[in-house]
Write a protein that binds this ligand. Structure first.
Ligand SMILES: CC(C)(COP(=O)(O)OP(=O)(O)OC[C@H]1O[C@@H](n2cnc3c(N)ncnc32)[C@H](O)[C@@H]1OP(=O)(O)O)[C@@H](O)C(=O)NCCC(=O)NCCS
Length: 151
């Protein structure tokens, strides 16, 4: 792997938020706000970024609830999608949760998000429940699928 391909994972800081927001607006129809990320950092959630060749290519936010990890955001910039970064990011968060002795890993995903569903299923996540109308959508509301995996 050359220096250009080197992948690193580190905590997200406030100075990262310009780049994070750039990606967020690029890849989501209903992006998180800068305030959502700022609050997550301020609340002590696990907010991390993944850099590839020195460029911030992806990030995620994970919250701890008793012995569970809740993944609130998992994102890879458009130019880096489909190259294994999302899987790597997800595995890194799961590893972090395991290292903190958490027992269960949970997340929510739009029922229409085929790429994310395929990633989570292939990492052993199973369906827990459907939250009807959880997400805003261009046509009204969209259901969320709650998925989970044991750690
Ligand atoms: C979902 C997301 C995090 C996945 O990250 P990624 O880096 O693009 O995905 P990876 O390259 O790691 O691929 C992981 C798996 O996703 C699926 N996948 C990736 N690209 C796909 C595509 N174009 N079509 C269908 N499935 C795809 C495959 O199952 C793939 O596994 P494989 O390579 O073994 O076939 C990323 O695409 C993203 O940020 N999307 C927009 C935001 C989003 O939807 N976040 C998740 C919210 S719950």
């Amino acid at each position: 792997m050359t220096g250009l391909d080197r992948i690193t994972f580190r905590p997200m800081g406030y100075p990262d938020l310009d780049r994070v927001m750039e990606i967020e607006k690029q890849i989501y129809e209903f992006p998180w706000s800068r305030g959502n990320f700022g609050d997550s950092i301020g609340s002590g959630y696990h907010c991390n970024v993944m850099e590839r060749g020195g460029f911030l290519a992806g990030y995620g936010v994970m919250m701890e609830v008793v012995d569970e990890a809740h993944l609130l955001n998992l994102s890879v910039g458009k130019n880096w999608q489909g190259m294994g970064m999302g899987r790597m990011l997800l595995r890194t968060f799961m590893e972090m949760a395991r290292a903190r002795s958490l027992r269960h890993f949970q997340l929510e995903v739009r029922v229409s998000n085929k790429v994310a569903l395929s990633l989570y299923r292939s990492e052993g996540f199973s369906d827990i429940a459907v939250r009807p109308g959880y997400y805003p959508a261009a046509w009204g509301r969209e259901d969320a699928l709650i998925m989970g995996a044991s750690l």
